[in-house]
Every structure is written in structure tokens, then in C-alpha cells.
Design a protein around this ligand. Structure first.
Ligand code: CAA
Length: 249
């Protein structure tokens, strides 16, 4: 049987790297979608780092806020792998934190585009080939802050909550076509995104996490891999929380 192809958007980032590695460990032909502000050398350097760590991961450029760029990214994946995308992990995302009373339209719009419009562009590009094949996995990375809200994140919480609505609707549309659609909602994970929060606030947040620590990217990679497995075909429209007990609902 030929290798299944997995495309991870934001694949070269904090969570993305672990998701890519976890899928590669399970035998998927993994492609890391990257933007890196168009810095292709950075992506090549990342790819080399993975190779040195024993991971053969392809890279494909794409701006998830732009439909044409997503189409080009997927076309490149198909050319490189000789197959269509079987597993799509919509992982690319950004923060532009700030209190709403001071938030600019740009802070709102950039977060909506990168975190929510991206779901439309990328998934729309690959969904028909999954349906035609009768097999597919769409895994959307949301956040605990979609479930509970977060001071300073009206934009991010709104976009990330929108993701789960999208998951539930699409899951119903493609359930009979062998395609599952799920959300993963990480809590605070040790990534560059969380490192941007001031140390004082990080300590405050950490003190509210029942498990007593931030999560690791590997813990998120593991759950994405689980959802991508053949045996997970009865899990669809779900929102998998992985937050150290920070929010239970
Ligand atoms: N609840 C209530 N009040 C709060 C508060 C909270 N959680 N946090 C701060 N405040 C209050 C302070 O007490 C202070 O009040 P006073 O002015 O009355 O003293 C005020 O807000 C501070 O306001 P400022 O505008 O001066 O604060 P700031 O601009 O320096 O910082 C902020 C605002 C950037 C939003 C900062 O609070 C912050 O970084 N918060 C954390 C946001 C966060 O958790 N982001 C997650 C990023 S990681 C991620 O998103 C990944 C994921 O999915 C989990």
C-alpha cells in the first residue's frame, strides 16, 4: 500500500514540528507547510535539522491567508509526493494579544485571516480529493482559550472558537465519505508563541493549571497522530482537550 500523505500547515513551528515528527513515526509521508514570511532558507534549514534528527520531511511554501497560495502549496505537495493529501492538519496560527478596548482592526483581521480564513482556504483545496478517495482526516488545531475565553484574546478566542463550529459542520457533511473532521484544543504548551507572554504572566497562568506545568509539543503531536490513525474512524466532530486540567467542561 502506498504511503498516505499528511500536510501540516505551520509545520515548521513549535507545535508543527512535533506533529510532523509524530506522523512520520507512524509512516505517513509528511509535508510541512510553511510561510516564514517567505524565508525559504529558514524552511530549508529546518528541513535539514529534521534530517539530522532522522526525519525525512518535505516542505511546501504557502500563505494560509490566501486561497491561490494554498492551491499552489497543495499542488506542490501533489507533485512532490505523487499523491493527494490524505491528512490535513490545520495548525498554522498567530496571536496579536491585547485588551479589546485597545485592539486595532489590524490585530483583529490578521488573527481572523491566519487562524480562521485559513480553515476555508486549505480545507476547501483538499476536501474533494478526500471525498473522491473515500478516506481523509482533517484535524484542526484550536485552543483552550476558544473554550474558556482569555483576557487579552478577543480576536484569538473568537477565531479559535469559530474553528470548532467549522469542524462540527464539515464533520456532518463528509461523515459518509470516509472523512473525519476533528478539533484539537491545546492548553498552554511550551512553544515560541507562549514564550512571547511576559514571564510574570506565564507564572500566573501556570499556577492555575492543575497538572502544575505547561504541556509539551510532543503531547499534541501524539493526539494528532491518534486522530489520523485508521482505527480512529469513529471519532468525528470531536473537540479533544489537552490542557493539563486548565479547563474542564
Ligand atoms: N483578568 C483580569 N484582569 C487582568 C488580567 C486577567 N486575566 N490580566 C491582566 N489584567 C489587568 C491587570 O490587572 C491590569 O489592571 P489595572 O490596569 O487595573 O492594574 C491590566 O489588566 C493590565 O492592562 P494592560 O493593558 O496594561 O496590560 P498589558 O497591555 O501590559 O498586557 C496582555 C495585556 C498583553 C493581554 C497581557 O495581559 C497578556 O499577555 N495576557 C496573557 C494573554 C494570553 O494568555 N495569551 C495566550 C498566548 S499563547 C496562546 O494563545 C496559545 C494558546 O492557544 C493557549
Amino acid at each position: 500500500m502506498s504511503q498516505k500523505v499528511a500536510l501540516v500547515t505551520g509545520g515548521t513551528g513549535g507545535l508543527g514540528t512535533s506533529i510532523c515528527r509524530s506522523l512520520a513515526d507512524s509512516g505517513f509521508r509528511v509535508v510541512a507547510g510553511y510561510n516564514s514570511g517567505g524565508n525559504h532558507d529558514k524552511a530549508k534549514a529546518w528541513q535539514e535539522e529534521q534530517r539530522q534528527a532522522g526525519y525525512d520531511i518535505l516542505v511546501s511554501y504557502g500563505d494560509v491567508t490566501n486561497a491561490e497560495s494554498c492551491a499552489a502549496c497543495v499542488k506542490a505537495v501533489e507533485e512532490m509526493t505523487g499523491g493527494t493529501v490524505d491528512v490535513l492538519i490545520n495548525n498554522a496560527g498567530i496571536t496579536r494579544d491585547g485588551q479589546f478596548k485597545k485592539m486595532s482592526w489590524e490585530q483583529w483581521d490578521e488573527v481572523m485571516s491566519a487562524n480562521l480564513d485559513s480553515m476555508f482556504h486549505m480545507t476547501r483545496t483538499v476536501i474533494n480529493s478526500m471525498i473522491d478517495k473515500g478516506w481523509g482526516r482533517v484535524i484542526n488545531i484550536s485552543s483552550v482559550n476558544a473554550q474558556k475565553g482569555q483576557f487579552g484574546q478577543c480576536n484569538y478566542s473568537a477565531a479559535k472558537a469559530g474553528i470548532h463550529g467549522f469542524t462540527k459542520a464539515l464533520a456532518q457533511e463528509v461523515a459518509r465519505k470516509g472523512v473525519t473532521v476533528n478539533t484539537v484544543s491545546p492548553g498552554y504548551i511550551k512553544t515560541p508563541m507562549v514564550a512571547k507572554i511576559s514571564e510574570e504572566i506565564q507564572a500566573q497562568i501556570c499556577s492555575t493549571i492543575p497538572v502544575g506545568r505547561f504541556g509539551t509539543p510532543e503531547e499534541i503531536g501524539r493526539i494528532c497522530n491518534f486522530l489520523a490513525e485508521e482505527g480512529s474512524s469513529y471519532i468525528t466532530g470531536a473537540d479533544m482537550s489537552i490542557n493539563g486540567g486548565l479547563h474542564m467542561h
